[in-house]
Design a protein around this ligand. Structure first.
Ligand SMILES: [Zn+2]
Length: 290
């Protein structure tokens, strides 16, 4: 019998070798959420499917339903995101988003707004547009490039993803007593920042200042233009880094491999130039971290 066929717009999250020249590919699609599909003959010269199964590629996919995994029959690339595969740091951050989705969603599960946010994230992660006579054509299919700090973009995606999934950290009130207030002592098991009355007395809590809470609130709106203007003080970075890692570990039971990869890379980056860091002000309340 003929297999039912369908068309979907998708981004390649991960691909594994499968039966010789085949690939088992996980796509996140606009229409059906996570789709797992077999693409045959990828290892052969001239494969028409090969470009679409490269990581991060945004394509129109022609698929046939099958038991287990669907079959990819044709693909038309919309955006290959070459830049993300040429720069190890940007590759790592793009992979963080893909790994987060592939490890925490089920096939067929659609999270409204996620596909659009993923495409927007990948476009932004390509980095700023080089000055050129063609710079006016910056807006491209589904997103714009951005000069935003890749680390900030990546955190913003993670926070926004947690919000879309309904498991974001509570940072604007105490999850124990309900008292309103930005920040406090983050306790993973409580899912947010506890007020001074409810916070455990023992040392070692993850303190989140009101300024950091405001920064997180700004990041999780995932407005690429606003993210470009966001500057995080070192103290804010430290608080954000610890909170997001503990929250994802506790609430998704996950240590992202790509996150470890990119953190390892960052140890080898040259220190930031003085001229670039002087006078940086944390958006919306750096004074809280002093
Ligand atoms: Zn409280």
């Amino acid at each position: 019998a003929e297999l039912p066929t369908y068309t979907a717009e998708g981004v390649t999250l991960i691909a594994h070798a499968f039966r010789g020249t085949g690939r088992m590919v996980s796509f996140y699609t606009r229409e059906r959420g996570l789709v797992e599909a077999v693409a045959q003959g990828i290892g052969k010269p001239g494969s028409s499917l090969a470009p679409a199964v490269e990581l991060f590629t945004h394509s129109t996919l022609f698929l046939a339903e099958a038991r287990g995994a669907d079959h990819l029959s044709q693909a038309r690339v919309i955006e290959p995101f070459y830049e993300l595969r040429r720069d190890m740091t940007r590759y790592g951050y793009a992979a963080v988003a893909c790994e987060l989705i592939v490890r925490t969603t089920e096939p067929g599960q659609t999270i409204p707004g996620l596909f659009e946010m993923l495409v927007s994230y990948l476009h932004a992660m390509r980095g700023p547009t080089a000055p050129s006579p063609l710079a006016g054509a910056a807006r491209e299919a589904g997103g714009v490039r951005s000069a935003a700090d890749p680390r900030v973009l990546s955190w913003a995606f993670e926070f926004a993803y947690l919000e879309l999934s309904g498991i974001g950290p509570v940072i604007d009130r105490c999850p124990a007593c309900g008292a309103e207030g930005l920040g406090g002592v983050y306790v993973a098991a409580q899912g947010g920042t506890l007020c001074g009355e409810c916070a455990p007395r023992d040392a070692g809590g993850c303190v989140v200042s009101p300024g950091t809470a405001r920064t997180i609130a700004a990041m999780r709106r995932f407005d690429v233009g606003a993210l470009e203007r966001l500057r995080l003080a070192d103290a804010t970075r430290a608080q954000v880094r610890r909170l997001i890692r503990e929250h994802i570990r506790y609430h998704l039971d996950l240590n992202l491999k790509s996150e470890q990869f990119v953190n390892g890379l960052s140890q080898w980056e040259p220190p930031p130039r003085r001229s670039g860091t002087r006078g940086e002000v944390e958006s919306g309340g750096g004074e809280d971290d002093e």
